[in-house]
Design a protein around this ligand. Structure first.
Ligand SMILES: [Zn+2]
Length: 312
């Protein structure tokens, strides 16, 4: 059994995957805040998975965790996960105290990219574009993550597409994320409400000019990210996931429309058929947790020496 956990800001989605990569158990638990609570959440989710799938500790071959933030994938450490209240955490060591099996941690978007590719039957090339509070992508080539030299590959949220645009948290102006990141949209909208992006779409439908402008921004940002991913990696498919995709067809239609408008103005873009390459990750998809399980399973193949070595 390979276990995979997607530790999100509010909930943790966990799956147990058998040798044929089939999901045999799935549970969701609430995510705690801070180092101890995050470790407790992970151990609780593993216990809940074992109960759900009726298997013991000895049946667990590996554990993989996807977590939002910076990770040291090889060392099994979380270096910076602001949304979880974690600065630095040796997750591998904490989990190994309870379950001594190969363990790996990966950035949640990269893990979700792997899972989405697996659910797609591992196509030759695919990108997963996460439209959440922030914006980032994972590129999967022949079933493996494309990380680049320093792990920056896929950070399309911080490519500027408007030098005079809104200031981004990263210090640049007009980053893709300032157009279609949920956090930036909420800030620009500036009105109260728990679901600001949904409010923007509703108000835009009702004709509110500020909301229409923000909805256009979201479409422009997401379309730009798709264009960047295809032009830099020529991925056959860009799967859109993350919190904004809860809007479903309402989101996809504005992004598709924007891509078609851009294609009308450019024979070159028209030839790329960008509008035909995008897909929405279905609501409730286990892609992120499945991807985490695959990350853990990859460590299993390399053996435990690497993990043990990094902890002396
Ligand atoms: Zn930025």
């Amino acid at each position: 059994m390979r276990l995979g956990l997607d530790v999100g800001g509010t909930k943790t989605d966990a799956v147990a995957v058998d040798e044929e990569d089939r999901i045999v158990a799935r549970v969701r638990v609430r995510t705690g805040w801070g180092r101890e609570a995050v470790v407790a959440t992970i151990l609780d989710a593993i216990a809940a998975l074992r109960a759900e799938g009726s298997f013991g500790h000895d049946a667990v071959a590996s554990v993989g965790v996807g977590i939002p933030g910076l990770v040291d994938a090889e060392g099994g450490r979380v270096l910076h996960a602001v949304n979880l209240g974690v600065q630095e955490l040796d997750l591998a060591a904490a989990v190994r105290e309870v379950l001594d099996v190969p363990f790996a941690v990966e950035n949640d978007v990269k893990a979700a990219a792997l899972g989405a590719a697996a659910l797609h039957g591992d196509p030759p090339s695919m990108a997963y574009l996460n439209l959440g509070t922030g914006v980032a992508a994972g590129v999967v080539v022949d079933g493996a993550l494309w990380r680049g030299a320093r792990g920056t590959a896929g950070e399309v949220g911080h490519i500027s597409v408007d030098p005079r645009g809104r200031l981004c948290g990263c210090g640049q102006r007009g980053c893709v994320e300032t157009f279609c990141g949920g956090g930036a949209v909420a800030k620009a909208w500036g009105r109260p409400g728990d679901l600001p992006v949904l409010d923007v779409f509703d108000a835009a439908d009702a004709g509110d000019p500020a909301a229409v402008a923000l909805r256009d921004d979201i479409a422009y940002g997401a379309a730009s990210a798709v264009r960047i991913l295809v032009l830099s990696a020529d991925v056959e498919t860009v799967v859109l996931g993350g919190g904004l995709t809860a809007l479903g067809e309402r989101l996809q239609s504005v992004v598709t429309r924007r891509l078609r408008e851009e294609a009308e103005a450019s024979a070159f873009l028209r030839s790329l058929r960008l509008d035909e390459r995008i897909e929405l990750l279905p609501a409730g998809s286990p892609a992120a947790a499945l991807g985490a399980a695959l990350v853990g399973a990859a460590h299993e193949r390399f053996g435990t020496e690497k993990g043990a070595g990094s902890h002396g």
